[in-house]
Design a protein around this ligand. Structure first.
Ligand code: ATP
Ligand code: MG
Length: 426
């Protein structure tokens, strides 16, 4: 494949309320097999606009992936537009009709007549099954170009693209693939990371198969994306493993993930492996830490309790933080964070207790405790960490930063107990 483009169809994607995320997912998967996406477009539900977009794309590409507009309603026009541009007639596929009818019958319903439209296939097209919805996808080879039509809902599109990757797309890409690794760093700024890593990766560019790097900064974490083009996935894995090892030395304990795993996944894996449980008492993070920990499948093995105690009263009633400790130190203070962690640990009967209290802003800051001040306590088996940090940005960012700092503190504490090669930091 020399040139691939994506068209995302849907008028809602042209408004601020809905973002085209499908093209990001498609691009990610295609990149993995060495197909670069050269351009993408978002087009509204309009037959003329859509036909125009398809016509122009077909002049340039040898692979065109489209998402959306395969539904049963009048505004779903992708099939018609493809038929209009290619001149191919639309045939009704009786198997698809039967499949859609069956989906409705399974729910005790009759199939509305408009759903028949979803059974229309441009002549020569191959049907791509949709296990999660009514609209099947279509794979169409036309005059040397491959057109792939996929439905808009991301949860339907994803498994369909996975199947196509295995069965049809990977075979299209003879030869070198593009292999990637995502590393994540926390507790350092983008310029610190760049300063430490640049001498390492500048060497990689001199090789016959250079490793490309991109640095991406987000609140609480910096990502380093490595990519290399190689003929064999084994060889690529070896080269990338070595590259990661060099960066580990350069970045030290700030590097927390070397294959795309999130902080909460890593903390979860360490907790599960060490057979430890955790309980969380949160004030300024409003439940974000508990939410992140429970985003991980299987977290019920270690997550015991989460309490959002915003008021002083709740800190005392629910967590047993002594009122005098709050009065004499202020709600945002290390003694209060510590007492919250202790309360969570006891009430959750957990091995590790977490307490977080801070000022997320925009008001409530003082000279000695400006907005962004957050006191953190992590009481673990054998050791405890209690400290005060300051984080920049608005409420949402302070919450993110604080949750990341807490989870990273837990990660480091767990690694001190039992060093493990893939939680990093030896
Ligand atoms: P359906 O049979 O559900 O109508 P469809 O192929 O017609 O499928 P759309 O109607 O265009 O798809 O979109 C269905 C849902 O998927 C909508 O909620 C839409 O916002 C979402 N969606 C569509 N395209 C995208 C996209 N590119 N990225 C993310 N979400 C999308
Ligand atoms: Mg639709």
């Amino acid at each position: 494949v020399r040139r691939c483009e994506i068209i995302a169809v849907g008028s809602e994607l042209l408004t601020p309320s809905r973002l085209d995320t499908n093209s990001l997912f498609i691009t990610e998967r295609l990149n993995e097999i060495g197909i670069d996406v050269r351009a993408k477009m978002v087009v509204g539900d309009d037959l003329a606009d859509l036909s125009d977009a398809i016509r122009h794309a077909l002049d340039r590409v040898d692979l065109l992936v489209m998402t959306g507009g395969l539904g049963p309603t009048d505004d779903d026009l992708t099939r018609q537009a493809v038929a209009a541009v290619t001149g191919l007639p639309l045939d009704e596929d009786p198997n698809i009709v039967a499949g859609i009818e069956q989906r409705f019958h399974a729910r005790g319903l009759d199939m509305p007549a408009i759903n028949r439209r979803q059974a229309l296939v441009p002549r020569g097209g191959v049907v791509v099954e949709n296990p999660r919805g009514t609209a099947p996808g279509i794979w169409l080879e036309h005059e040397g170009t491959v057109l792939v039509l996929l439905p808009g809902p991301p949860r339907e599109l994803k498994p369909m693209l996975e199947a196509l990757m295995r069965e049809r797309l990977t075979p299209l890409t003879a030869g070198a693939g593009l292999y990637r690794r995502v590393l994540k760093v926390t507790g350092r700024t983008e310029s610190h990371v760049e300063e430490a890593a640049q001498p390492v990766y500048s060497q990689w560019l001199l090789r016959p198969n250079p490793i490309g790097t991109t640095i991406l900064a987000g609140p609480g974490q910096i990502e380093l994306h490595l990519s290399v083009r190689m003929d064999s996935s084994r060889e690529a894995a070896r080269v990338l493993d070595e590259a990661v090892a060099e960066l580990r030395v350069a970045l030290g304990p700030y590097l927390f993930s070397s294959d795309g795993e999130s902080m909460e996944q890593i903390v979860g894996r360490l907790l599960a492996r060490q057979g430890l449980t955790i309980a969380v008492a949160e004030s300024c993070t409003g439940g974000l830490i508990a939410s992140r920990l429970t985003d991980v499948p299987g977290s019920s093995a270690y997550f015991q309790l989460g309490v959002v105690a915003y008021s002083n009263r709740a800190k005392t009633d629910l967590l047993g933080v002594p009122a005098e400790v709050i009065d004499s130190n202020g709600a945002v203070s290390e003694p209060v964070a510590r007492a919250m962690a202790e309360g969570a640990r006891q009430r959750g009967a957990a091995d590790i207790g977490i307490g977080v209290t801070g000022i997320a802003g925009p008001s409530g800051g003082t000279e000695s405790k400006p907005v962004g001040t957050v006191a953190i306590a992590v009481l673990g088996p054998g050791r405890e960490v209690v400290r005060t940090s300051w984080f920049p940005g608005g409420r949402e960012q302070v919450k993110l930063f604080a949750s990341q700092a807490v989870l990273d503190t837990v990660r480091r504490l767990l690694l001190e107990r039992v060093p493990s090669p893939d939680g990093l930091m030896d």
